[in-house]
Design a protein. Structure first.
Lengths: 311, 697
């Protein structure tokens, strides 16, 4: 088990390093000069611009820049923003809680709605619940978040005036964005859980459970759902990653604070250090989610647990 | 007669399908007395499983409904009980075990928690008490280290162990009736013998009734007090086991008994197969459902359903011509053989078990081989294996030790031109791997394969490709091994375009010829595999294999998945083709009687080693290796009481870590220190008879 976690951690490290290097390369190859977007070349002399390049290390060769960059990362130096010259790390850390909260709330919506509807529709196959769950699934998958976000604002803020349309203070402001973002995940989770429940319901062991005289509810929840969750957990993990990425759009739509929003701004401004900092952070969260998914496999399925433990 | 425990009367079950309501079981009636074993015997589509599920009302969950008749357990009318009351009966008064023990346990819970859960569903009590009770139950059904097994999940136990655990779980409610749905079909013959013995022992010690569902008449002969033969959803015949097997009255029962290869059917002779295949639910014939396949059928049979008419001695047959059929059967029976394997002798014990003397006699009465063998021993070897080994590496990495699964571990054998060589052994013995190595479908780890004296290797691509024309294979699953989107004409013609110069028109002619040769219609070549029945698909597989006039055919469990009556047709076809085309073949199967029937010589494998080879009759008459004798003793229907028989305990060890010395010593009743330490050489023990045993029998 420990060995398995160890090897997972090692590959996680590779993912983080790889994604950082990738971002660096993309910015290296991107046309345009970040210095020129910092200063106005018509008013500033070429010497000053050259000095600035020198200062930022932009005129050094690729490999030196890459090494220096990783060196800085290791020492916790994420550099300063090219736009406001403030240090990157505090800037990101300040925004992280808001984004994590939104992602977690969305994940909760997706899992609760997705798994519940998935189970109900599988158990009542062909009924009204099944039909509505499948419609929810269809809409969740096919509707883009910016569209469902705007729709939610129109209905619940503009028309009904129940909930605020923007801001990041308090629980009320969390509800609409979490619904908009969670709905997408819920769509695919419903479909996955439903299909997987139906598959498991056809397994011969379900007949055994019935032949033992167990209650149908017990069979469905204790046995069938647990088996059906094994493939669904993979999907849920990927969905949470998608939701983290989705905050870029949703935070903008709902004018929320968060790293999604500063990421959007930083990309526009070619603010490399900020983008790199955010990628670093996102990669860590993403890898952490994957680790959790793997661990929950082991919790659900003893076969995986035993395999890991075998020497 | 005493009050029956279970009474099924005129039971009719409908199945709701997207195509409409189909009747799976029509007006079947039978009953089971306390402490009695009744066997429901039938082929696929006979309704035997659905009828057994209806007794538990499990059909309700599978789109089935009881459309008529009654099921009475003691005084309880089961057919009308609400599910909530039914639930209390299940697992407590009636318990059930299933065909695939591996699939019948929830894979993510421990065996123990699933047994405890059953007790909790019916009784109040502490979990720890139930757990202890579970350990005792596992011990009771002969599972070693029960405390450990309770904590394991299904994937960690072997099939035989799981079936024992399943039986333990079924016993946990103290049932009056145990329904066993093909409980040994998925198991090896040695394990099957152990499980059947366990069931019999439990039945008598707990005074439990057993409803055993099986397609295997041998199992029925060994277990049943009474037999109910089902065909296409109706009872064809029923009565005491001795009577039904000894003097069958329904042409279907007669046909079934004729079509199985027994230990004394004349080798090389055609089996008397029933034509055609059992009908599907949607295409039930009018009148007597067996009439399209019946030699006695008249207009009356085509028009009206024969009633199940009582004869005497509590036996009945649903046939308009039962007396006629019985008379013909009795006549052929007498002419056929002095001691038919499955016909119980007059004084047989009521359990239907064969009289010991009969088994001995049936072995000694095996007919001498025809002259073919003499001519074979002189002919050239076509295919030879020299110290052939196949090890599959397992695990490794991350500090774990690398291990090898020794699937085939040093096998030498020689197959003469024109010979049919049978390979038998339990699963895990390496017989399929050996077959694939002989054809060089995968590379060996060591040793070599010679074809007509030249080395054949998958690595020598040009030579290997040429050899494909001569060496062909027939698979177990004829559907899984063809492309479902190709018409059967295209499937059969493909090897022709690879290996021959025939043009399109010539290929079409050849395909038509082949289809007719295997008993299909030439006009069917534009049809697709899913339009055919299992037996027909196997014929297609055979046509594909013989299309390029091969010299050698490997038939890997080619008849194992087929219904008994269809199996006989395919065995006949294979034998005919072998004679017509002068084929040499290796026939791998776990059905020992079929292998005996079709093979000139048989090799017995155990844990990657060949432990004995001998001409078929010789092997069955004088098995030299204890393992061979144990295998023969496990054939159901053979009485375990014969003094010559050896019952083998335990299960085949893991091929990753085979026992030292003789690999069979862990299960051999005759093992000595010599066996435990020194591996016996493969030595001659008689004419063309070799065995690897220190103490050949």
């Amino acid at each position: 088990m420990l060995q398995a976690i160890g090897s997972r951690l090692f590959s996680s490290l590779l993912v983080i390093v790889g994604s950082l290097a990738l971002v660096f390369c993309i910015f290296y190859l991107l046309p345009g000069d970040p210095v020129l977007s910092m200063v106005d070349p018509t008013t500033v002399s070429p010497e000053v611009i050259e000095n600035l390049r020198e200062q930022l290390g932009l005129n050094r060769p690729f490999h030196e820049r890459l090494l220096a960059y990783f060196g800085d990362m290791l020492t916790g130096d994420f550099g300063r923003s090219l736009v406001g010259s403030e240090p990157v790390l505090p800037k990101i850390l300040h925004q992280v809680p808001s984004t994590l909260l939104l992602t977690a709330a969305s994940a909760l919506v997706a899992i609760v709605v997705g798994v519940t509807l998935g189970v109900l529709s599988a158990v009542r196959k062909g009924g009204i619940i099944d039909l509505s769950a499948r419609i929810v699934g269809l809409f969740g998958i096919s509707m883009p978040t910016f569209w469902s976000g705007i729709l939610l604002i129109l209905i619940f803020s503009v028309q009904l005036k129940w909930l605020p349309a923007m801001g990041s203070d308090g629980f009320e402001t969390l509800i609409l964005p979490a619904l908009a973002l969670g709905f997408v995940g819920a769509g695919s989770i419903v479909r996955m859980v439903r299909g997987s429940m139906l598959d498991v319901l056809n397994e011969p062991f379900v007949t055994t459970l019935r032949a033992k005289g167990l209650r149908e509810r017990l069979i469905q929840i204790k046995h069938v759902l647990r088996n059906a969750l094994i493939p669904a957990v993979t999907l849920i993990g990927m969905q949470i990653g998608d939701m983290l990425a989705g905050t870029v759009i949703i935070e903008t739509v709902f004018s929320r604070q968060g790293i999604g929003r500063i990421l959007a701004d930083a990309i526009m401004a070619k603010d490399l250090p900020v983008v790199q900092g955010i990628v670093f952070f996102t990669a860590i969260v993403y890898v952490g989610i994957n680790l959790l998914v793997d661990l929950s496999y082991a919790a659900i399925d003893p076969r995986i647990r035993r395999k890991g433990a075998r020497t | 007669m005493t009050q029956p425990l279970l009474e099924v009367k005129d039971l009719t079950i409908d199945v709701h399908t997207p195509r409409g309501i189909l009747t799976a079981v029509s007006e079947i009636s039978f009953d089971i007395a306390p402490g009695e074993t009744v066997c429901l015997v039938g082929e696929s589509g006979s309704g035997k499983t659905i009828a057994s599920k209806a007794i538990m009302r499990l059909t309700d969950y599978e789109n089935g409904s009881i459309a008529g008749g009654s099921i009475t357990l003691g005084d309880t009318p089961i057919e009308s009980l609400p599910q909530s009351v039914m639930r209390d009966l299940r697992g407590r008064r009636v318990a059930m075990i299933f065909q695939e023990p591996m699939a019948a346990f929830d894979p993510v819970f421990t065996i123990g928690s699933q047994i405890v859960e059953t007790m909790q569903a019916h009784r109040r009590g502490k979990k720890s008490t139930f757990w202890k009770e579970g350990v005792e139950l596992l011990r009771r059904v002969g599972i070693p280290e029960p405390e450990l097994r309770m904590k394991q999940v299904a994937g960690e136990l072997s099939g035989g162990m799981l079936q024992r655990a399943m039986i333990a779980m079924a016993l946990s409610g103290g049932p009056e009736l145990l329904i066993a749905d093909e409980p040994t079909t998925a198991l090896d013959v040695t394990i099957q013998a152990q499980i059947l013995e366990l069931l019999n022992e439990l039945k008598s010690s707990l005074n439990m009734s057993i409803l055993l569902i099986t397609h295997d008449l041998g199992v029925a002969a060994q277990m049943a007090d009474r037999i109910v033969v089902l065909y296409a959803g109706r009872v064809a015949e029923q009565g005491p086991a001795t009577d039904v097997l000894g003097s069958p009255r329904h042409p279907y029962t007669i046909g079934l008994l004729n079509s199985i290869a027994t230990l004394d059917s004349r080798r090389g002779e055609r089996l008397r197969a029933i034509e055609g295949s059992p009908p599907g639910l949607a295409e039930m014939p009018e009148g007597c459902r067996f009439h399209p396949r019946c030699a006695f059928a008249t207009d009356k049979c085509r028009e009206s359903v024969p009633p199940l008419s009582e004869k005497d001695n509590n036996r009945s047959a649903a046939c308009w011509h039962a007396d006629e059929a019985a008379a013909v059967a009795a006549a052929t029976h007498a002419e056929l053989t002095p001691a038919r394997h499955l016909s119980p002798v007059p004084d047989a014990p009521p359990s239907g078990m064969l009289h010991p003397a009969a088994s001995r006699q049936s072995i000694s009465s095996i007919h001498e081989a025809p002259v073919k063998e003499e001519s074979l021993s002189g002919s050239h070897p076509l295919l030879q294996a020299e110290h052939l080994k196949k090890h599959y590496p397992l695990g490794g990495g991350w500090g774990r030790a690398k291990r090898n699964l020794r699937a085939v571990d040093g096998v030498s054998l020689s197959i003469a031109e024109g010979e049919t060589f049978g390979l038998v052994g339990e699963s895990g013995s390496g017989k399929s791997t050996l077959g694939r190595l002989l054809l060089q479908l995968e590379p060996q780890t060591g040793g070599r394969v010679l074809y007509r004296g030249d080395e054949l290797s998958i690595k020598d691509k040009t030579h290997w490709r040429e050899s494909r024309r001569d060496l062909q294979i027939i698979h177990q699953d004829p559907y899984g091994t063809v492309d479902p989107r190709w018409s059967i004409g295209e499937i059969i013609a493909e090897p022709l375009s690879v290996h021959t110069e025939l043009n399109q028109a010539q290929r079409l002619d050849r395909v038509s010829e082949l289809l007719e040769q295997v008993g299909l219609k030439a006009s069917w070549q534009n049809r697709y595999p899913h339009e055919f029945s299992g037996g027909q698909r196997q014929r297609i597989g055979i046509a594909r294999a013989i299309a390029v006039n091969p010299k050698f055919i490997l038939a890997d469990e080619a008849v194992s998945a087929l219904d008994v009556s269809v199996q006989a047709q395919i065995v006949n076809l294979l034998q005919d083709l072998q004679q017509q085309l002068g084929l040499t073949s290796v026939f791998i199967a776990h059905g020992l009687q079929v292998v005996r029937h079709i093979s000139d010589r048989i090799g017995v494998m155990y844990l990657g080693k060949l432990v004995e080879t001998a001409p078929s009759e010789e092997l069955f008459r004088r098995p030299a290796h204890p393992y061979t004798r144990a295998l023969l003793s496990s054939i159901p229907g053979m009485s375990p009481a014969t003094p010559e028989s050896i019952s083998v305990q335990g299960e085949i060890p893991s091929p990753t870590n085979p026992p030292p010395g003789c690999r069979f010593h862990t299960r051999c009743p005759m093992a000595t220190d010599l066996c435990r330490n020194v591996e016996p050489a493969f030595a001659t023990v008689g004419a063309r008879h070799e065995a690897a045993c220190h103490y050949p029998l």
